[in-house]
Unconditional design. Structure first.
Lengths: 404, 404
């Protein structure tokens, strides 16, 4: 059940970046479940990964391959290859080697990514025998089918694409993401693949991606569960006619803004597809003493099952929001200075319900599909936003029946 | 929907402690919603309160009255008097003064407690006009009806009672609790009232209660939401023939153990009545490097909506448990050293699924109504347990419809 505006956009192809998909029968019998991405020689690759201490075998391998100037991504859905021990690492490497053989590269230039059930052995033979078909399918126009091949419990493919002018030349940025549950990314999401034709060296590209994910994928949560397989990759093919993007330049600022906008849209689409979601909730914490404090308060609200079920019921139960702010661990919080707004309706001020507040006003906001909650802490200047969704019967249903 | 063994026990009366209840029409029209507890002169009173930064008006007032040798407790259900600003404090005090007038005490010797909806003004007139009836009802035998009068979304009254031998004399400890949602107590629960006829001074009684709540009420969670109104009180009437209990004595150790056992039972009953609960889950973390680390890992598992929905579905989805351990924030966690057991069945060892594990074995454990999850971190000697329940359709239903 998707919330709001989620249609797949027009995707600007990235010259030098090709995508191919096919069905390997991992969990799906018909839908494509393998994606291969190939970048032409001479580009840069940046990536960020989950901070879960138990990162999956493909994540461990991808991290180690990142310094080898990778040119290929190999993604499968239906199996996460997580919690699979040494065998999992061997399996992930075997898949990389299989792809390298098909494309005449080396295994260390392949970054592997897996998403799906945790703890099942990866079906290596199925995967490698499907690779020739995926490689034969490689084309610059295949972003749409790529977005579909990486889906698991997602109900729609997620894409974002933009073109930005760099020194009088167009630079395109195009990306896809997947994810609907086990979503509280920490340094990356599960999964995002973005490419650009900009010319930019690896160090600067990595800096750009890290900054963009911090304010996009790291600001969303469905259920507070950080996945073992989160990863986000940014490929730069260098095929644009635009000048090289250099550190601390005006071009970099413009490029970084555009990458951030694409990341934010891809992150927002994950929340719009949150498992069981019926509402998109933007939690904005203002007047915090630091960005970290603002995020901490926003995430405490965003993770509260009581707040999330109240949103599902369209119940303006602001006491639950207030209680969540109160338990967020902020030292010396002064209740009298807090203001809470639902949309533009002030519900809490001076330590209690606003005298002007009416349930009718609150109800009007809660009936909307997209809701802004603003909390003003009265402690400083920092402001941060976190995106989340509500908690419905369908969340329980989807996760209770996931493996059946 | 209660999990397992929850019948109301035989409650040993505490000489010198009387309880009276009545209906004040706060939210209930028939069921009693007011409880008055009166302790004879000369006893001691200890109490612990919520750590939520926005503690409710009655909690603020009770904290300040604790140093005044309180002899009366005044509890209402149906309204939390939280998020009610200065008016809330005035209202809580007016109720204390009302009771003091009835019993010829002073308002500062009354500890007020409220539980129910947050953010609604307390109906003071209804409450105070019902007090004479509650006071007329005071009797030592009224623990059962007291347990019923403090219920909100609870589906059954919760009590525990024991007698311990102190120096050849019986000492009784009897308590009641309430709570089913917004449960992750931090220093106290919402609400626990325990009394004993032991002779023990206030300082030692406070130390005893703080230690007991730390390993009982502070080790349970339904939804991770710490209430604004949590409180737990221990009254000692000093009417037993047993010798006074002194610090660092054998008698104190025995008494403290008995108080802890009563607190643990009252805490467990709250989880058995967790909103929508179908299963009781005991999460035991062993071989942690500190108690704090063990609690941190156990609570991360206990709060994971993915783990909780898997328990609801009786799905031995151990990957979700592993992922929760991995995101618990433990520094330098080594996956290869972790072992995870469902009941006595080893599911994870050496970084992956145990070679001896079968889904059938896991399923057999998951089908039980009470489940032990053991996580061995391989880092040290500390061991802690946290109790929680599963996450069901009914949790969403109860909390989506709470105010309607």
């Amino acid at each position: 059940m998707a919330v709001g505006h989620t249609e797949f956009p027009i995707m600007h192809a990235i010259q030098g970046v090709k995508l191919g998909t096919c069905n390997a029968g991992i969990k799906q019998t018909v839908r494509d479940d393998i994606l291969v991405v190939e970048m032409a020689d001479g580009g840069s690759c940046a990536a960020v990964f989950t901070q879960n201490a138990f990162c999956a075998a493909p994540v461990q391998l991808a991290k180690s391959h990142l310094s080898m100037a990778p040119r290929w991504l190999l993604v499968n859905s239906g199996n996460a290859n997580a919690g699979t021990g040494k065998q999992g690492l061997q399996d992930a490497f075997a898949c990389c080697a299989g792809l390298a053989g098909e494309v005449e590269g080396i295994a260390q230039q392949v970054l592997p990514f897996s998403t799906g059930v945790i703890g099942e052995p990866l079906p290596v033979a199925k995967l490698t025998s499907a690779l020739p078909k995926a490689v034969a399918d490689l084309a610059e126009a295949h972003w749409d089918q790529a977005a579909r091949a990486i889906m698991t419990t997602d109900t729609f493919p997620k894409g974002a694409s933009t073109v930005v002018d760099i020194g009088g030349h167009p630079v395109a940025i195009t990306g896809i993401s997947k994810g609907a549950g086990m979503i509280q990314p920490n340094m990356a999401t599960m999964l995002g693949f973005i490419a650009t034709d900009a010319t930019i060296d690896q160090t600067l590209l990595q800096q750009c991606l890290a900054a963009a994910t911090e304010v996009s994928f790291n600001r969303i949560t469905v259920d507070g569960d950080t996945s073992t397989n989160d990863a986000c990759v940014l490929l730069a093919s260098g095929t644009s006619t635009a000048p090289e993007i250099l550190a601390d330049s005006e071009h970099y600022a413009k490029f970084a803004d555009a990458v951030t906008a694409v990341c934010k849209r891809l992150a927002e689409l994950i929340i719009r597809d949150g498992e069981g979601a019926t509402k998109l909730i933007r939690i904005r914490v203002e007047q915090a003493s630091s960005a970290a404090e603002a995020v901490q308060v926003a995430k405490t609200i965003a993770h509260s099952p009581l707040v999330k079920t109240a949103f599902f019921a369209s119940d303006p139960n602001w006491g639950r929001i207030l209680a969540a702010v109160g338990r967020a661990g902020v030292v010396n919080l002064v209740l009298e200075n807090i203001e809470i707004y639902l949309g533009t309706v002030c519900i809490v001020e001076n330590g209690g319900r606003s005298p002007l507040y009416t349930e009718q006003d609150g109800q009007r906001v809660m009936n909307q599909q997209e809701i802004l909650v603003t909390v003003r802490l009265g402690r400083g200047e920092a402001c941060e936003e976190v995106l989340t969704c509500d908690f419905s019967y369908d969340y329980v249903k989807i996760n209770a029946e996931y493996r059946t």
